[in-house]
Design a binder for this molecule. Sequence first.
Ligand code: ADP
Ligand code: 5GP
Length: 204
Amino acid sequence: MILSGPSGAGKSTLVRELLARCRLPLRLSVSATTRPPRPGEVDGRDYRFLTGDQFEALRRADAFIECKEVFGRGHWYGTPREPVDRGLAAGEWVILEIDVEGAAAVLDKRPDVITIFVHPGSREELERRLRTRGTEDEGALRRRLEVAEREMRFLPAYRHTVINDTKERAVGEIERILESYARSPTALPTPTPIENWEGKREDA
Ligand code: ADP
Ligand code: 5GP
């Protein structure tokens, strides 16, 4: 399963809650990154924090399912291949929390992947959450908001859209989506109404 959405949408928050309460055998894929850890982030749990050289060596060794430079600031992010293959082979549901382009790269190889796009409902709420999180300086925050505008355009390519209004409700909705696939693994994905950033239908 892939979970995408703009930075600040609440992906990490929802995944943490999902892992704690969902009865399915979920496993979170821990991405590698060259960005520095935020206060409280733990190597191996939140990310594998690598130097540029370490990341490049793994990239050359084809150790990533997908990888890319996100936000154009020289910080690379990638999905390590081996833990994902191991999890899938063991019958686990592997969650990739990755950006829209990473998702497109994975979909090319695995068209059967469940894709969920999370957003907080409005630009104002996204900005408020990023400010409340307080992990970016003003410049980085502005860039994330700009990137968010671009990322929102990928929303229609996802099988499901979940608005993270309240954590409880949004996690419950993701759980129900996953359980519907657990009940009928071969079912075609249910199309969800395509909504734009402000929750209006694209064709409205
Ligand atoms: P992401 O992983 O998408 O970048 P985070 O999980 O770090 O986003 O969430 C961004 C901020 O929003 C955090 O401060 C988090 O506590 C807060 N947040 C997440 N979900 C909600 C929610 N449903 N309501 C209010 N605040 C939320
Ligand atoms: P953050 O720096 O806020 O943790 O993450 C920034 C962005 O990088 C988010 O949109 C997140 O989904 C994305 N990201 C995290 N890990 C990966 C990854 O392995 N691959 C890709 N393509 N994007 C990732």
